[in-house]
Structures are given as structure tokens and as C-alpha cells.
Design a binder for this molecule. Structure first.
Ligand code: PGA
Length: 264
């Protein structure tokens, strides 16, 4: 976290929570938030987006989606377009999550097409990248990230207000085996260097880069203290109101501390 950067804490609910459960969570969360909260975004399942967005009205919580298709309409049975997400009340979409890449065979090219369309319909995007265990063991982690970032973003007009990058090592997702803060920092720095090559220095310093993969209440503050970690993308721990709000409250304390130390 860098001084002056408001962190972004995102909950990815994956295939959990019914509408009632989503609404109960989103309705209760504001009371558990600090006075000056960081950015708080939640991606419920498709069926809960509309109800959750209504429940979030009047609060600072932003509701989004976990995936979308890159066409507006058409014969794409089972798919949902960006326009439909906007219509349901979504303000952002997570694209290129490793579960989409691994279980549903999404390529970098497909992710890039989705990013283009999402931005065109007015959604913000969180683009996920990350290496597998095998790629890390073969010493290819840096190369994999570079390839993914370039292939997903090279043709995209840079804009720090609509594009967020998430580094999520595949071996850390849902495994309880998070990257150490130092390891994550090294990879985040690398992501920023690659963004610099793609988009230039100024913008790469402004883009938020989130860490995701087994973020819990106990490791979140240590990850957020790293200079190139601007926020967190949280799966399992975001399903519990207690854990999610603790992570948010702790990040808000870190922001106040860093402001105090830098005399802001
Ligand atoms: P996890 O998931 O926090 O449960 O590891 C993170 C993610 O998939 O975004």
C-alpha cells in the first residue's frame, strides 16, 4: 500500500450464497464498516446481483459480477452479457479468474475480448493473472505474468479509474497456502514493471494491483503493508461478515497509520 492510495478490498463469493443470504450480508455490512472505509466491492453470483445492488444502495459498497460473455446478445446459451450485468446493477466484473481459465478453458485472447466489451458497456474490470505451481517450480512465474498481462491488456486503452489488476497465484487460491507478503510484493512489482512496458510509467504507478489467494484476517494486514499491494481479492474469507469486515477495518487502520507517519 502506498501513501495516498486508498486500498480496494474485493469479495469474490464464487458459487456461494442465495439471494436472501446475499441481501442479509450486504445490508449488515455498512454497520460493520469503519467511518472512512477503503473501497469495498463484492461480486455475488449472477442471480444475486440485482438484489445485492438494491441492498447496497445508499452505502459505499459496490456490487459486480464474476464473469461475462463478450457479445451483447445472441445465441450463447447459458451466457450473460455485460449489458445485462449493467442492467442488473453491476458496476464491475472480474475477468480471467484462474477458475475460469482452468475449469472453463478461457484463453488470454478471450479475456481481452471480454475486457474490451466490459469497458465499452461501462463496467469497471478486475483482470486476474497468476502462475500455477508447476510454472513457479519451473522458474516461469515472471514470464507467465508478463505474457498474461500483455495478452489481456495490450490493446486496451489504459485508465486507472476503470481497470484493476489482480495477482492471484493459482497455487494459493482456496488452498490456505498464501504467498508470503515478500513473495507477493516481488510479483506485484513485476506486474507494475510489465504494465509500465505496456502502458508507460505514469499510468502503471496509478493502476491498483490486488493480491488474491488465501487471504485471511491474520495475513491481510501484512500483505497490505507491502508497497505494491494496493488491495485484496478475497474468496473464502469474504463469505463471513465477521472476517470480511475485520479485514476492511484493519486496512482502514493501516491507511490512518500511514497518513499519520507521512504527516498527511
Ligand atoms: P481464496 O480465493 O481467498 O478463497 O483463496 C481467492 C479468489 O479466488 O479470488
Amino acid at each position: 500500500m502506498r501513501t495516498g492510495v486508498n486500498p480496494l478490498i474485493v469479495g469474490n463469493w464464487k458459487m456461494y450464497k442465495t439471494r436472501d443470504e446475499s441481501v442479509a450480508f450486504v445490508s449488515a455490512l455498512p454497520d460493520a464498516l469503519p467511518e472512512d472505509p477503503p473501497g469495498v466491492w463484492i461480486a455475488p453470483s449472477f442471480t444475486s446481483i440485482h438484489a445485492a445492488a438494491e441492498a447496497a444502495e445508499g452505502s459505499s459498497i459496490v456490487i459486480g459480477a464474476q464473469n461475462m460473455w463478450f457479445e451483447d446478445n445472441g445465441a450463447f446459451t447459458g451466457e450473460i452479457s455485460g449489458r445485462m450485468l449493467v442492467d442488473a446493477g453491476a458496476q464491475f466484473v472480474i475477468l480471467g479468474h484462474s477458475e475460469r481459465r482452468q475449469l472453463f478453458h478461457e484463453s488470454n485472447e478471450l479475456v481481452q475480448a471480454k475486457v474490451k466489451k466490459a469497458l465499452a458497456v461501462g463496467l469497471k474490470v478486475i483482470v486476474c493473472v497468476g502462475e500455477t505451481d508447476a510454472e513457479r517450480e519451473q522458474g516461469k512465474a515472471f514470464e507467465v505474468l508478463e505474457t498474461q498481462i500483455k495478452a489481456c491488456l495490450a490493446q486496451i486503452e489504459p485508465d486507472e479509474s476503470t481497470i484493476v489488476l489482480a495477482y492471484e497465484p493459482v497455487w494459493a487460491i482456496g488452498t490456505g497456502k498464501a504467498a508470503t507478503p515478500e513473495m507477493a510484493q516481488e510479483m506485484h512489482r513485476h506486474c507494475r514493471e510489465v504494465l509500465k512496458k505496456v502502458w508507460g510509467g505514469k499510468i502503471s504507478e496509478k493502476i491498483l494491483i490486488l493480491y488474491g489467494g488465501s487471504v485471511k484476517t491474520d495475513n491481510a494486514p501484512f500483505l497490505l503493508k507491502q508497497p505494491d499491494i494496493d488491495g485484496l481479492l478475497i474468496g473464502g474469507a469474504s463469505l463471513s461478515l465477521e472476517n470480511f469486515s475485520k479485514i476492511i477495518n484493519d486496512s482502514s487502520i493501516l491507511v490512518s497509520e500511514s497518513k499519520r507517519m507521512s504527516g498527511l
